[in-house]
Design a protein around this ligand. Structure first.
Ligand code: ATP
Length: 232
């Protein structure tokens, strides 16, 4: 097991947004979290990456308890978070954005080569300002930046959001390629159809609680999942 959450509860003020969430990710797996708007998916990723701290419960990266660590310490240990809404720096170039993702490391030449192998378009756009990229290219840059810290675990928040179907397909192919190269992935998605196709295991989150966990091949056939998340 590479990542494990045990009974994690996270609050905004007095409101309990994650309610005793337990889940785990085996090394080399893609695991998806599906759920409606406001179910707590983003809060879950923020809690793992140290932006938020749980009030109770434990989070382990391999055997190390990380739930009180700062975000930069968590990045250094090997968890990288690609946030919802592709928060790239619009006024910085593609290359400068990528350099920022490598803040934990000095030598970035090899990483850059790997990144440009995965995303050839970013090499072409290297000197262009982030804000002038298309939505899909910005999403690629956001994922690429998250990879620059050489994570063991990649947290992906809604990578398909607002993108045209063709671009979504491309992003999902790349996610699978990143996974094949050895990165374990926790994927939060509203597009449950796609997420369940590429992930091995899935969790359904409803109002902060895990209500279902199964292999994706079973979830796709589950009547409740079908009617709530797969459009019938
Ligand atoms: P979405 O897909 O819309 O991003 P989500 O499943 O990621 O939804 P979260 O963003 O984690 O959901 O939000 C979970 C709940 O916490 C929601 O009810 C939301 O209104 C609330 N919430 C989120 N951020 C804050 C905040 N900073 N302060 C107070 N409440 C918040």
């Amino acid at each position: 097991m590479i990542l494990e959450l045990q009974d994690v509860s996270t609050f905004y003020g007095r409101i309990e947004v994650l309610k005793k969430v337990s889940l785990y990710l085996e090394e080399g797996e893609i695991v998806t979290i599906i759920g409606a708007n406001g179910a707590g998916k983003t809060t879950l990723l923020k809690t793992i990456s140290g932006i938020l701290h749980p009030k109770t419960g434990r989070i382990f990266l391999q055997k190390e308890g990380i739930e009180r660590y700062s975000p930069d310490r968590i990045v250094k240990l090997g968890i990288s978070h690609c946030p919802e809404g592709r928060r790239i720096f619009h006024t910085l170039s593609v290359l400068e954005n990528l350099r920022l993702g490598a803040f934990t490391r000095k030598l970035i030449k090899d990483e850059l080569e790997e990144i440009f192998h995965l995303f050839p378009i970013l090499k072409e756009r290297m000197k262009q300002k982030g804000g002038t990229l298309s939505g899909g290219e910005q999403q690629m840059l956001a994922i690429a930046r998250a990879l620059m810290s050489k994570p063991k675990v990649l947290l992906l928040d809604e990578p398909s959001l607002g993108l045209a179907p063709k671009m979504v397909e491309k992003i999902f192919e790349t996610i699978q390629q990143i996974n094949k190269e050895g990165v374990s992935i926790l994927l939060v998605e509203q597009n449950a159809n796609l997420a369940l196709q590429i992930a091995k295991k899935g969790y359904v989150l409803e109002t902060g609680k895990v209500v279902l966990c199964d292999n994706c091949s079973n979830l796709i056939k589950n009547e409740e999942v079908k009617s709530a998340y797969l459009g019938g």
